[in-house]
Design a protein around this ligand. Structure first.
Ligand code: PLP
Ligand SMILES: N[C@@H](CCOP(=O)(O)O)C(=O)O
Length: 467
């Protein structure tokens, strides 16, 4: 499989190179040059498979010759062996048509574990045969950071520098990152928003003085391998609900557009997806873009769903590229200059048959948490509640099952859950005694040069010698 950049000005890479590279040198995101297809019989055959075998069948075409099937299966078994549920991503029925896809049974209690547990192993596998030290830089609004740190802590030949917005993640999210004291883990709190942190990460890849000295890689969903692993659970859920004979709709709590883009890829691969419902909180750039065609970033409003407090949505570029590739370089240049740009007609009409969107406010979110708890006996987290509210409001034919992606364990956001439902969820034992551990992080200004200097003083150059 070849991978190309959404901006069209970077070399074509194979799976191994694209995994290690993270972001394309021209500022774009890597995407497969063609979408592999699974035919009806191949999708039907997934119904008999467990999660690991489903993962191999879905990811095999993207991995190409980089890893053999047996080894891919061994890596998936190791990654998903750390999940607390035998089904890895189980489906739970809420009522006649609504289902929850629980994606939070991994070590750090959010859907990010599904991809990052595997990505950590892929890094290790690819680095084992190279004389390269990787410097992973990432930005997090809380969940990617903890999942990436869990996946990479203590691994040889990798350092991870994770930027989070100071004071804008939950106490559990922060402690899951800052109490990991492995020497290769470096937490940085930025005096700014997640968007500021994400922009800094992208800018670091574009700084030749920095990017030329260190082998930089990414753990955010700008890294293709992240999205690839997330496609799997769309297939896994849909075949359990009757695909390929029955289309299924998905409601996805959305910020950086990675999770829902994985659903789009599943549809492009042949999965009968009736609808992808993009659910945002009041930081609603994606809802506005999909409903009006105007992609314009405003200031970020802090909410009870901090992981979705995002106004610049990285992976939207991948969708725009798939629908009208020629327009993307100009659109991204316009967005960089004005924080606003317009979708082309081809992009809008291309998106409309599959996507709908909804902006869910705090009251609607609380109502959905209460409905799940009182009517369906399920305590859900605020992010999942944003998607459930959108799912319940969606206008879909009555026989289409609607799957809400439950992206985080409710205990990660227990204050908000308690406010809405009166129930205070307990942290599962697997996260350990988070509140008794020492924390370590550096607080830095919202300033690219300061962050680069901080990282350069601690990172290991690509080929060995210390900085
Ligand atoms: C719990 C949770 N839900 C939803 C999202 C949004 O997912 P995406 O950024 O892939 O759109 C995130 C952050 O990525 C998250 O951490
Ligand atoms: N909500 C995310 C933001 C980063 O998203 P990613 O999927 O691009 O890594 C987080 O939890 O950090």
């Amino acid at each position: 499989m070849d991978y190309i950049s959404t901006r069209g000005a970077s070399p074509t890479l194979d799976f191994e190179a694209v995994t290690l590279a993270g972001l394309a040198g021209d500022g774009g995101l890597y995407v497969p040059s063609v979408w592999p297809r699974l035919d009806r019989a191949e999708i039907a055959a997934l119904a008999g498979l467990d999660y690991v075998d489903t993962a191999v069948a879905v990811m095999r075409p993207f991995v190409g010759g980089a890893i053999g099937d047996d080894e891919l299966k061994a890596l998936c078994a190791q990654a998903y062996g750390r999940f607390a549920h035998a089904g890895v991503t189980p489906l739970v029925q809420l009522d006649r048509r609504h289902w929850l896809l629980e994606l939070f049974h991994g070590p750090t209690l959010a859907f990010k574990d599904v991809a990052l547990q595997l990505l950590g192993l892929l890094f290790e596998r690819f680095l084992s045969r190279r004389d390269t030290h990787l410097t992973v830089i990432g930005a997090t609004s809380g969940d990617t950071g903890s999942a990436a740190i869990d996946a990479l802590a203590g691994r040889a030949k990798v350092d991870i520098f994770m930027l989070h917005p100071h004071g804008r993640v939950s106490d559990v999210q922060r402690r899951q990152m800052t109490t990991v004291l492995a020497p290769n883990v470096h937490n940085i709190a930025i005096e700014g928003s997640f968007d500021d942190a994400q922009a800094m990460v992208k800018a670091m890849f574009a700084r030749p003085d920095f990017a030329g000295r260190f082998a930089l890689s990414a753990v955010n969903s700008i890294n293709w391998a992240r999205l690839m692993a997330q496609i799997v659970y769309y297939f896994y859920a849909a075949v359990r609900l009757g695909a390929p004979d029955r289309p299924v709709a998905f409601a996805v709590p959305t910020g950086n557009f990675g999770d829902v883009f994985a659903g789009y890829v599943a549809a492009r691969m042949g999965l009968p997806v009736a609808r992808l419902i993009v659910a945002t909180n009041v930081n609603d750039i994606l809802h506005r873009a999909l409903s009006t065609g105007d992609y314009a970033a405003g200031p970020v409003t802090p909410t009870a769903t901090p992981s979705m407090d995002i106004q610049v949505s990285s992976n939207f570029e991948r969708l725009l590229h798939d629908l009208d590739a020629a327009a993307v370089p100009g659109q991204m240049a316009a967005f960089a200059a004005n924080r606003a740009m317009r979708l082309t007609d081809a992009q809008l009409t291309g998106a409309r048959p599959l996507f709908s969107s909804a902006r869910i406010d705090a009251d609607e979110m609380s109502l959905a948490m209460r409905w799940a708890s009182e009517r369906a006996g399920q305590v859900i987290d605020p992010h999942s509640a944003i998607a459930l509210a959108a799912a319940r409001a969606a206008d879909l034919p009555g026989d289409v099952p609607v799957v809400t992606l439950a992206t985080a364990h409710p205990a990660k956001f227990r204050d908000a859950v308690e406010r809405a439902t009166g129930i205070r969820p307990s942290l599962p034992a697997r996260v350990g005694k988070l509140f008794e551990r020492e924390e370590r992080f550096s607080l830095l200004p919202n300033d690219l040069d300061a962050v680069i200097a901080h990282i350069a003083a601690r990172a290991t150059p690509a080929h060995g010698t210390s900085a």
